[in-house]
Design a binder for this molecule. Structure first.
Ligand code: PXP
Length: 239
């Protein structure tokens, strides 16, 4: 059965816009699980632009919530993550100026560092994943690095689909990478830029076992939830 991980970073983005407590990502973590998500994803960025250390610590301490903590290769963050001890770790590239994670890790360049980080997480019995581009070379490197999972960056195919361009080549890259990873016994996840349409297309790839989706879910939830909140206010002011 394919699993859905819900990325709640942007709940923290909205909270931080006011510097107050609402909406609370800790509460969101419990709510999305009650609503059917299989896990919660949070990205503790080096610049702490959304989730902060206290959020990460509290959310990772939740007993009935499987937490996938995304982190960069930064030594301090890795140390912190080993202390927080989430259920899952996904190592992602981070670039100070990016609005969001723009692509997969450069496995070749960071092989030595990744090797040592993965060993630490595996020793701590934390499921470890690498956020990668869909390429055969990167799947082979992932195998050498002995990662438990890979998460395929779906930003490129999402952009092609959303702009009505031909996405066959990119889809084939994802299909072939997923098949090889599966052959190597590496669990395959997918994430970035996914919405209903892109997820429907990628869901046909049987090897993909987990989708991690954030921005679209939080954005779409505004429209699905807005009418209820407006009704609640109307009730209050009419009484
Ligand atoms: N997976 C990973 C590894 C990510 O870093 C992110 C956020 O960039 C996502 C999934 C979710 O992406 P989105 O918010 O575009 O759904």
């Amino acid at each position: 059965m394919k699993r859905l991980g819900v990325n709640i970073d942007h709940i923290a983005t909205i909270r931080n816009a006011r510097g107050e407590k609402h909406p609370d990502p800790y509460y969101a973590a419990t709510q999305v699980i009650n609503m059917g998500a299989d896990s919660v994803t949070i990205h503790l960025r080096e610049d702490r632009r959304h989730i902060n250390d206290l959020d990460a610590k509290n959310i990772c301490n939740l007993k009935k919530v499987l937490v996938n903590l995304e982190i960069s290769m930064n030594d301090k963050i890795v140390k912190n993550a080993l202390k927080i001890k989430p259920d899952y770790i996904c190592i992602v590239p981070e670039n100070r100026k990016e609005v969001t994670t723009e692509g997969g890790l450069n496995l070749e360049k960071n092989q030595k560092k990744l090797n040592s980080i993965i060993k630490k997480f595996k020793k701590a019995k934390i499921r470890t994943s690498l956020f990668i581009n869909p390429s055969i070379k990167d799947i082979k490197l992932s195998k050498m690095l002995d990662t438990d999972c890979v998460e395929i960056h779906t930003g490129k195919i999402s952009n092609l689909i959303k702009s009505g361009k031909n996405y066959t080549h990119e889809l084939n890259r994802i299909k072939n990478s997923s098949a090889l990873a599966n052959m190597f016994d590496i669990e395959v996840h997918a994430g970035h830029g996914l919405d209903y349409k892109t997820t429907k297309i990628l869901n046909k790839i049987k090897e993909i076992q987990e989708f991690n989706i954030g921005h679209f879910i939080i954005g779409e939830a505004v429209f699905i939830g807005l009418s209820k909140v407006i009704k609640n206010f109307k009730k209050i002011i009419r009484n």
